[in-house]
Design a protein around this ligand. Structure first.
Ligand SMILES: [Zn+2]
Length: 401
């Protein structure tokens, strides 16, 4: 049996002073003061603020160039050109999905992230190679990082014959979620793609997470088709729409109707809060009880030079994009990287409560909103009861090559 880990003198989510005892990967006791036992491993937290483990609800572990030489980015490419460029560069740069995904996971651990939903490209060029690489990383980090894999048709389904069959195979081989992508904008066949996506979901009994970048009325049209299928197949609670830029459009009556329908069908949203695009309003989602999580999306990949895997930074970007200034609003931004993301990923034993999985991040700040705005180095990160990072550095056992 592992020794009990006793955290002394911390503050729970900003308020109450407490000690926490952790055993067998779970929170065993949380109380104002817990007496040490002879075999305890004791950490004096010196009044640090404890947050729940952070969650990256939308990223791409197979895409990152983290740890590789700096890749110069060109400007002004279309979405289709970026997709084609990435496929070619994967070969040219000798990208290894297992190595690169492990690097991002280790980086995420160092920043306090303990759960990730990753989309992974499935296409007729790479077959299942990228999925298999990320699945190896998932297995290696299974004790300390909960990873969901979305079988993601980045290059399209209808326009690349054979992709649906590969996704089918990936779902049989352990992918958790069926992906999709701009059914009008990329495939130009919304009925074809969505029938295929929902067909796979029905066949495998798995949820759906669709990238929907399509703007304005085109995106709203695709979104309605997604909601129609959600209703027809009784898939309430199993659908996530990522990005959903159309929900940031100016037609407020149309957006309000769509949000009401999304709430009624218990559909979730994921946002990266980009500065350059209209986005769904987090406050409007909260008003309706729509779960909305945040994600880093690609981290320093062939698409973007930005990103460092830090979900506190992502929470800050959510706050800025939504013009959140009041402390309570800033904590809503943090919720997109904690409780709301946990709800979307179905992490039932999440949060700083006795009996739950012991995922926790310590930061030396006074308040939750300060953690978001300052993004301090993580003093200590614990995942499933193990210390995985200290002072912003992943411990040696969990570092990546
Ligand atoms: Zn994405």
């Amino acid at each position: 049996m592992t020794k009990r880990l006793l955290l002394k003198n911390l503050r729970l989510m900003g308020d109450t002073s407490a000690d926490i005892a952790i055993e067998s990967g779970r929170f065993l006791q949380i109380a104002p003061s817990i007496a040490p036992q002879p075999d305890d491993i004791i950490e004096d937290c010196e009044g640090a603020l404890a947050l729940s483990g952070l969650i990256d609800g939308h990223t791409h572990l197979d895409k990152t160039l983290w740890g590789m030489d700096w890749h110069p980015h060109a400007q002004g490419k279309s979405l289709q050109q970026m997709i084609d460029t990435e496929r070619a560069l994967r070969h040219e740069l000798d990208m290894d999905a297992k190595r690169q995904s492990a690097r991002q996971v280790a980086l995420s651990l160092s920043q306090g992230t303990t759960a990730i939903r990753s989309h992974v490209d499935i296409d007729t060029d790479h077959g299942l190679r990228l999925f298999e690489g990320v699945a190896e990383t998932r297995a290696h980090y299974a004790d300390v990082m909960q990873i969901e894999i979305v079988a993601f048709p980045q290059s399209g389904m209808m326009i690349r014959e054979g992709t649906t069959e590969l996704m089918d195979q990936a779902l049989s081989d352990g992918a958790d979620i069926v992906g999709g992508l701009d059914p009008c904008g990329i495939d130009r066949d919304p009925k074809g793609q969505l029938d295929a996506v929902f067909g796979l979901a029905e066949k495998h009994g798995k949820p759906v997470d669709i990238h929907l970048h399509e703007p304005g009325e085109m995106g709203a049209f695709s979104l309605d088709l997604i909601l129609d299928r959600t209703e027809a197949l009784a898939m309430q609670g199993k659908i996530t729409v990522s990005h959903a830029f159309c929900l940031g459009m100016q037609d407020h009556a149309r957006v309000s109707d769509l949000l009401d329908r999304i709430a009624a069908l218990d559909v979730s949203l994921a946002t990266t809060a980009p500065a350059s695009r209209p986005v769904p309003s987090v406050a409007a989602c909260r008003e309706r009880g729509i779960p909305i999580c945040a994600g880093n999306d690609g981290i320093r990949d062939t698409w973007t030079p930005y990103g460092n895997a830090d979900m506190l930074e992502r929470a800050m970007l959510v706050g800025l994009r939504n013009n959140f200034r009041a402390d309570v609003e800033v904590t809503w931004a943090l919720d997109t990287c904690t409780v709301d993301a946990a709800r979307i990923m179905g992490l039932k034993d999440y949060g700083l409560e006795v009996g739950n999985r012991a995922d926790l991040v310590l930061v030396d700040v006074g308040a939750l909103s300060e953690a978001v705005t300052l993004r301090p180095a993580r003093r200590l990160v614990i995942s499933a009861g193990q210390i995985v990072a200290r002072n912003g550095q992943t411990v040696s056992k969990w570092q990546a090559a």
